[in-house]
Design a binder for this molecule. Structure first.
Ligand code: IPM
Ligand code: MG
Length: 358
């Protein structure tokens, strides 16, 4: 089976971690009778430098015409002060909207090998296995009106709008219930229904949807309490579903339970368009080009691609097992380094994986 994959290396450490991942995919293909056809496209700062825009039309077109998109990371100091429509982040949001990727899956699983890398106590994080399902194309990120306007007195007023329609809530709730069903059957919906009308509608719709999933145990938390519970007793959570902004914040918190954000993959999925698979971490401009980056979140994102986009769970597991094995053998990049382990760079970590997979 042949799959077309669009590669978006982006900025900072992006090209380094994506190069390692492509090598891993090339090795995994033959034993599973898979064929990958890669094409590259520009996004983020790299695209701004080359074309003046963070998401050139050609990039979106290439992504649409592929079976999946592997994105590395975008952004850097260089582009931080450009007008908003020219920022790397705007390119990423345009990609999500352009491909209709309303469901963002962010697993936070602690690996036993890295338990000491977490800033939380071992007994708190041991066994943590959470899936954050974040709505990705609505809410305050996209609601209208938005902008900085001048009032009658000449004072400036910044405005964003948090809005969700019933159908937007229904489709993300459906994804979350189905994921919860396949996991431990527990779903926690996070909102701010004690204050926000948009959250009240969210909660009402999620409750309505729950009638279709009698086997899933649904609970609700306000977002402030959810943030507290995530660091207090994270093992109470299995699947979490929430809106765009709350999901952005809670997924970073959940990521830190696992010790390193450098280990976490994500999948962004829509109804029919190709999904985008990318690490949760950013472009780490401070270590870019130095061969220090941890490529494992990107590699694990490719595993998610195999599982969710290509329905190749065995190939996905093979990659995930290889990552575990590399850690078992004591190899660590700087971000997950601890005493007695073998410090390696990005490329060398990739070579360890290739050797394990060979
Ligand atoms: C994320 C990031 C993005 C977001 C930024 C880079 C636009 O923080 O993917 O979590 O806010 O969604
Ligand atoms: Mg974020």
């Amino acid at each position: 089976m042949a799959y077309r994959i669009t590669l978006l290396p982006g900025d900072g450490i992006g090209p380094e971690i994506l190069a390692v991942t492509v090598d891993v995919l090339k090795v995994i293909a033959p034993p599973f009778d898979l064929e990958f056809v890669f094409q590259e496209a520009l996004i983020g700062g790299a695209a701004i430098d080359a074309t003046g825009e963070p998401l050139p039309a050609e990039t979106l077109e290439k992504c649409r015409n592929s079976d999946a998109v592997l994105l590395a990371a975008i952004g850097g100091y260089k582009w931080d002060n450009l007008p908003r429509h020219q920022r790397p982040e705007t390119g990423l949001l345009g990609l999500r909207a352009g491909l209709g990727l309303f469901a963002n899956l962010r697993p936070a699983t602690i690996l036993p090998q890295l338990i000491d890398a977490s800033t939380l106590k071992k007994e708190v994080v041991e066994g943590v296995d959470i899936m954050v399902v974040r709505e990705l194309t609505g809410g305050i990120y996209f609601g209208q009106p938005k902008g900085i306007f001048e009032t009658e007195t000449g004072e400036k007023r910044g405005v964003n709008t948090m809005a969700y329609t019933e159908s937007e809530i229904d489709r993300i709730a459906k994804v979350a219930f189905e994921i919860a069903q396949k996991r431990s059957g527990k779903l926690c919906s996070v909102d701010k229904a004690n204050v926000l009308d948009v959250s009240q509608l969210w909660r009402d719709q999620v409750i309505k949807m729950s009638a279709n999933y009698p086997d899933v145990e649904l609970s609700h938390l306000y977002v402030d309490n959810a943030a507290m519970q995530l660091v207090r007793a994270p093992k109470q959570f299995d699947t979490i579903v929430t809106g765009n902004l709350f999901g952005d914040i809670l997924s970073d918190a959940a990521a830190m339970l696992t010790g390193s954000i450098g280990m976490l993959p994500s999948a962004s999925l829509g109804e029919s368009n190709p999904g985008v698979f990318e690490p949760v971490h950013g472009s780490a401009p401070d270590i870019a080009g130095q061969d220090k980056a941890n490529p494992l979140a990107q590699v694990l994102s490719a595993a998610m691609m195999l599982r969710y986009a290509f329905d190749q769970p065995e190939a996905a597991s093979k990659i995930e097992d290889a990552v575990q094995e590399a850690l078992n053998q004591g190899y660590r990049t700087g971000d997950i380094m601890s005493e007695g382990m073998k410090l390696v760079g990005c490329r060398a970590m990739g070579d360890v994986l290739l050797k394990i997979l060979a």
